[in-house]
Design a protein around this ligand. Sequence first.
Ligand SMILES: *[C@@H]1O[C@H](CO)[C@@H](O)[C@H](O)[C@H]1NC(C)=O
Ligand SMILES: *[C@@H]1O[C@H](CO)[C@@H](O)[C@H](O)[C@H]1NC(C)=O
Ligand SMILES: *[C@@H]1O[C@H](CO)[C@@H](O)[C@H](O)[C@H]1NC(C)=O
Ligand SMILES: *[C@@H]1O[C@H](CO)[C@@H](O)[C@H](O)[C@H]1NC(C)=O
Ligand SMILES: *[C@@H]1O[C@H](CO)[C@@H](O)[C@H](O)[C@H]1NC(C)=O
Ligand SMILES: *[C@@H]1O[C@H](CO)[C@@H](O)[C@H](O)[C@H]1NC(C)=O
Length: 445
Amino acid sequence: MKLDYRRIIICLSSALACCYTILYVFQWEAYTFEIARSDDTLPQIKGETIAHPCNSTETYNALVDSLPTFENEPKIQYFENNGGVYAAYLDNRIAIKRAVRILAILKNHTTAFCHVFGWSEDGTLDIHMSEAEMQEIDVLHVHKTIYSYLIGCRIPEDFPTPHRVVLSDRQCGHPIASLPVFNQYTDAPKYNFTVCLHQPLFRMTLDDVPRILEWISVNLAFGAEHFVMYTLPSTDMIRKYLQPLQEIGLLDIHLFDIELRETEDSHGQKCVINDCVYRYMYSSNRIILTDVDEFITPHSHDNWTGLLSNSPCADKSAAFFRNSFFPTQLVGESPKSDLQITVLQKTQKETEFYKCHARSKLMVNPRDIYICTVHQVLRLVGDARPRDECCMPVEMGYLQHYRPVRISNESAPLTTDKRMWHFEPRIISSLKFVYSTLNRTLPHA
Ligand SMILES: *[C@@H]1O[C@H](CO)[C@@H](O)[C@H](O)[C@H]1NC(C)=O
Ligand SMILES: *[C@@H]1O[C@H](CO)[C@@H](O)[C@H](O)[C@H]1NC(C)=O
Ligand SMILES: *[C@@H]1O[C@H](CO)[C@@H](O)[C@H](O)[C@H]1NC(C)=O
Ligand SMILES: *[C@@H]1O[C@H](CO)[C@@H](O)[C@H](O)[C@H]1NC(C)=O
Ligand SMILES: *[C@@H]1O[C@H](CO)[C@@H](O)[C@H](O)[C@H]1NC(C)=O
Ligand SMILES: *[C@@H]1O[C@H](CO)[C@@H](O)[C@H](O)[C@H]1NC(C)=O
């Protein structure tokens, strides 16, 4: 898009001092333009009320109306080779900390300015400008160059509902991204349990689909009602393949359309985790975040509802489920069914449980979450540090993790755990349902 450099220069030279003063005086309050809709294709700014640092008609016309229209599916908007921003959500949870939250995957030290747009009731366009709050999401490997970010664009309490946010590299700099702001609020959640695959599908082919279908079927047996996954461009054929499950509303698959080699986390894993939390915050009472080989298995109760409501974690923001490996190279006892279902065939596990947080996976109340990471909640809404969390007693349920894994202590005895067999009829009927939706034949051992 074309920017009016002359005006920006004028702004930066003569008007800048004045703008700063005014903005300081008004404490960065929203500045307002009246936009008169005429027969012209572009709306016109009809006089301005307050001087502001980006006083360029073209710029604002461009920002407001002539940008590409977005469908419901976000797309990465690239910051050159430094990652990009993915999706923006309205966060109204704390009135005095209202903000637009943007999920991003970016290089360290990226700075940006937010221009949040909203139509006020009298039909004028409000714009609020502020410096973006760049929050890195739990960086563990600082030598990598690209990190997941939660960007905050603060808006005043009385600002209208925002519909778009534009980021620029400087206050009056080039617009570098323009995102629709999703307002997900509803007071009637559709689901009790949504399961998010906790990282984008990567290094997978259609041969891996049976594992995904098993993951869906087993979670269905525990009480899952809805599933969410993200594909990368290299795995997007899986999204198309699973289309029938999307059509019946069981599964949502989003394309996370960026393929980066040098990221701190696994292909933007933390960005995807938080996107899932923000996107489904209001549609689901609980969100479960697990990998395709991990199952939060209820032991004391028949399903997640019974387990959670009778546990010490019932009212907590987050329940952690401790990890224990079922090494898949070990031979287990044969289940009744002759279907190829790993969780029914593998009954031998390591006796030990990992401590809470180490490899634990989460079941969260998403409306309490500010930032979530792979094995813990980084911040709760309104709190500096998470307090309101709970480690599920292993007798009630734990994370059963099926993969080839070296036995950590060869002299420690293994344990047999056949809890999954209790769910065998339900797992099989879920599997039949899922396979028939896809018109596939069931996988026989
Ligand atoms: C802002 O733009 C309006 C309309 O184009 C113009 O009349 C006004 O002089 C500009 N103000 C500044 C401070 O540049
Ligand atoms: C980002 O840069 C700052 C300043 O150099 C540094 O302190 C911080 O550790 C860096 N963060 C990451 C995640 O690398
Ligand atoms: C969730 O669980 C409650 C209690 O078990 C139940 O009444 C309700 O119908 C379930 N579904 C939704 C969408 O809330
Ligand atoms: C969960 O199990 C309880 C019995 O423990 C049962 O009453 C309830 O209907 C089950 N809920 C679902 C969603 O299957
Ligand atoms: C390995 O298991 C044995 C038997 O349970 C135990 O005595 C020993 O302390 C364990 N070693 C380690 C390193 O945990
Ligand atoms: C599955 O097969 C039925 C009939 O055999 C057909 O109507 C349906 O379109 C097929 N669905 C898919 C996803 O291929």
